[in-house]
Design a protein around this ligand. Structure first.
Ligand SMILES: [Zn+2]
Length: 180
């Protein structure tokens, strides 16, 4: 399934020039908007300062963001107690992510305990500077997907990035569900 639901930016954000604020209209909270270039400079700096430890920091940042995103979304009416993966919930999650401007997302293989997320021209990778490819996988995005999945399903989730390039990134998600 394919979600290309970035329509009109006015549907999502409102600029309050009096207060110097950008507000996320759907959530009614203030938004912080960074350019992808600034984000890459932050990532590069983390790698300069912390070496491979930067990937752990980025993953953890993503994981807590993912958990927060999932908790902010209205899951109460979607949650059910069995702990089994529910395609409906994951579709909502991806639909939400698709409006974040992070790239064109596609989900496949939703039936079982495993599925794939494909992100075309991921915002974290598509403008990556040459020579950084070997150190800059999508640890942040991998963390976001992990945090969302763990929060929604309430079970440990393993996320593996099976492909990472300027063109697309692909993640394999597998959940440990009750009974296995
Ligand atoms: Zn990637």
């Amino acid at each position: 399934m394919n979600f290309a639901v970035l329509t009109d930016i006015d549907d999502f954000y409102e600029i309050d020039s009096e207060e110097g604020k950008i507000v996320n209209k759907r959530q009614g909270v203030r938004a912080l908007i960074l350019s992808s270039r600034v984000w890459r400079q932050i990532e590069d700096r983390l790698y300069t300062d912390f070496g491979s430890g930067a990937s752990v920091i980025l993953f953890d940042m993503g994981r807590s963001s993912g958990a927060a995103i999932a908790n902010e979304t209205v899951w109460s009416d979607l949650k059910h107690s069995s702990g089994r993966p529910d395609p409906f919930r994951i579709q909502h999650l991806i639909r939400n992510a698709a409006t974040s401007g992070w790239g064109k997302m596609t989900v496949s293989g939703l039936e079982g305990d495993r599925f794939k997320v494909n992100v075309l021209k991921c915002v974290f990778c598509s403008g990556r500077s040459e020579g950084k490819d070997e150190v800059s996988q999508c640890y942040f995005l991998k963390g976001v997907i992990t945090g969302v999945a763990e929060t929604v399903y309430g079970v440990p989730t393993k996320v593996t990035e099976t492909h990472c390039s300027k063109e697309y990134c692909e993640f394999d998600i597998s959940m440990k569900t009750l009974g296995n």
